[in-house]
Design a protein around this ligand. Structure first.
Ligand SMILES: Cc1cc2nc3c(=O)[nH]c(=O)nc-3n(C[C@H](O)[C@H](O)[C@H](O)COP(=O)(O)O)c2cc1C
Length: 363
């Protein structure tokens, strides 16, 4: 395992530059063929690769434990947003994105696994356990998605005027469905309702001193590998139909004059509003976002409307009782003429992957 220069978790491998992008794609070439390497090496690498996953305020509230025949995903309560996310909904969604990343990284290396979610009722922090590994052939589709993990990022600038194709929306919806959730694409009237709800949620959150303090903490974490640095936050509020999160301070990301009129807004939802369904929601969010990345579609999650009880109820109404809202997504085509934000930093692998139980056993 190693890290690339940006501090992002990565594999020891060749790096390839994506044309016109400052993103680094790390290929999966190893000196030892994947089929000859021990399982514990694959588990540790999959856990490291999951460090690329998105999380609310870039809290990365997870810790992986590599065991001789299992990989465990634990929540880290110290990195939970206690004021913003008292129920742990966004923490579980964030950890679900990491779980999906790890599952894909294992599939790319030719491993299938059984996933038990919330396997131990006496251990609330143990969110998932992967066991029962067997070797299948490396999955080329998963390999492609692993590459997408390394270029995916949140771009909060207004999107360009280019519409998102129906085919791309179909693929993104199918990826969500494959993880047991659903995606509702909002019509114009629903987008207006969403815009009003997002405005209301922003006002409620701006008026709450505890929420402001929490946001302030996670937007002033320079050098820690967590939180949101100024380079990824807009230098002024972008012109968007639905207001994005007010981070309480201007960043340094130039946003240009555009308006996101061509953006599509969608609601990711499912049948239940429980911890295991939030984990599934995170897995679906990861699947949607990586599929979108593959299609050249930019995604910005909007969770303020879910954090505030009253606006969460508005979203429920938009779903006409069909399910529980997990998160809103803005989908669009990023402006190709200007460079987007840099990668948001990540914690060093050693701080999120515990290999102490297998040290010495790894190849
Ligand atoms: C559950 C969840 C909620 C999020 N909510 C928001 C949000 O409300 N506004 C926003 O701009 N970004 C939101 N994000 C994006 C994160 O801030 C972003 O993933 C994180 O900072 C890491 O950056 P990256 O996606 O560029 O790797 C959310 C992400 C997740 C997983």
């Amino acid at each position: 395992m190693s890290q690339d220069g940006s501090g992002n978790p990565a594999r020891d491998a060749t790096s390839v530059r994506h044309d016109g992008e400052r993103r680094k794609v790390v290929t999966m070439s190893h000196e030892t063929p994947a089929s000859d390497r021990p399982l514990t090496t694959a588990l540790a690498e999959a856990a490291a690769m999951a460090g690329h996953a998105p999380s609310v305020h870039n809290t990365q509230p997870w810790r992986w434990r590599v065991l001789p025949d299992a990989l465990e995903l634990h929540a880290v309560p110290d990195r939970r947003l206690t004021a913003t996310d008292p129920d742990g909904r966004l923490l579980a969604i964030s950890c679900g994105t990491a779980l999906h990343h790890a599952r894909l990284a294992l599939a790319a290396e030719g491993w299938t696994a059984m996933v038990e979610r919330l396997p131990n009722p006496d251990d609330a922090q143990l969110l998932a356990r992967l066991t029962g590994f067997s070797r299948t052939g490396a999955d080329p589709d998963a390999m492609h998605m692993v590459q997408c993990m390394q270029v995916r990022h949140t771009d909060r600038r207004p999107v360009s005027d280019e519409p998102v194709s129906t085919a791309a929306l179909g693929q993104i919806s199918s990826a969500v469905a494959a993880e047991g959730c659903r995606l509702q694409i909002l019509d114009q009237d629903q987008v207006m309702e969403l815009a009003a709800a997002a405005g209301h949620a922003a006002t409620v959150e701006a008026e709450d001193p505890q929420l402001r303090e929490e946001l302030d903490y996670w937007t002033s974490r320079a050098g820690t590998g967590t939180g949101l640095p100024p380079e990824v936050l807009p230098e002024q509020p972008p012109q968007t139909t639905v207001p994005g999160r007010d981070f309480g301070r201007p960043g340094s990301l130039p946003i240009g004059p555009g308006h996101d009129r061509a953006a599509v807004y969608a609601l990711l939802y499912g049948d239940e509003d429980e911890r295991d369904s939030w984990l599934h929601a995170g897995e679906a969010l990861s699947a949607a976002w990586l599929t979108a990345t593959r299609q050249g579609v930019s995604v910005v999650p909007l969770s303020g409307v879910v954090e505030v009880e009253r606006t969460r109820q508005t979203l429920r109404r938009l779903l006409a009782g069909l399910g529980h809202p997990y998160i809103v997504l803005r989908l669009g085509i990023a402006d190709p003429a200007h460079a987007g934000p840099p990668h948001t930093p990540r914690l060093p692998v050693e701080q999120v992957v515990d290999t102490s139980a297998v040290r010495g056993g790894q190849g």
